[in-house]
Design a protein around this ligand. Structure first.
Ligand code: SF4
Length: 213
């Protein structure tokens, strides 16, 4: 099974077309939102690992799951002291996000995917993690309950299906497009063109024909 980046889950849940443009067609463009997110992640990864109040804090930990076919890097994983003697430390993933808590499941799914990787890598069960939002500078605890695990596993299955198909879903103009860094490449208003690179080539050709005409 081809291993896919966990970051693609967020793209998938935001817009399947965006996911295919980035991960199949290798298109990328940065806007203010993606730049702010990148800076926050870089900061979270910066600095040495440390131990505070008995909690080992590990930054930029590489994660993977051979079973699920996903990989990525966790901003921070805290290893908490076990409550029972002889037990192994309890890993708690912490992911840094720009903005404020979202109504959809994007961030929770990405965090849960990290937990699934950690569970497979370390042979432990992880019950919760945290999302830290830059806007309100607060942690939000996320319980990895059965519902979130099912949603995450379904998203991972759909990610493999979409990227293995090699197809890019057609563009549909929605309010969320205004926040999409690929808006200028995708052109969801131009219904005639349905896929990224091919669409760009078509537009160049059409524009040339118009100029020559
Ligand atoms: S502009 Fe809209 S349709 Fe196109 S990739 Fe972005 S969110 Fe999806």
């Amino acid at each position: 099974m081809t291993s896919r980046p966990m970051s693609a889950l967020q793209h998938l849940l935001f817009c399947e077309r965006q996911c295919a443009l980035i991960h199949s067609e290798r298109l990328w463009a940065e806007n203010r939102l993606t730049a702010e997110g990148r800076v926050l992640h870089d900061k979270a990864h910066d600095g040495p690992d440390e131990t505070r109040d008995g909690i080992r804090i590990v930054r930029g930990l590489h994660l993977h799951s051979a079973t699920l076919g996903i990989h990525g890097v966790a901003d921070v994983v805290e290893f908490h002291r076990p409550t029972e003697p002889g037990a192994t430390s309890l890993p708690v993933p912490v992911e840094y996000k720009r903005g404020r808590p979202k109504r959809d499941d994007c961030d929770r799914v990405q965090l849960c995917a990290q937990a699934l990787c950690l569970e497979e890598m370390l042979g432990v069960e992880i019950s919760r993690g945290h999302l830290f939002y830059g806007r309100n500078r607060r942690r939000q605890t996320v319980e990895f309950d059965a519902g979130l695990r099912d949603t995450t596993l379904a998203a991972i299955r759909r990610l493999h299906e979409l990227l293995e198909s090699g197809e890019t879903p057609p563009a549909a103009r929605e309010p969320k497009c205004d926040a999409c860094s690929l808006l200028d490449l995708c052109l969801p208003g131009a219904l005639r063109f349905s896929s990224g690179v091919a669409a760009w080539n078509d537009r160049q050709f059409a524009s040339l024909m118009e100029t020559e005409g």
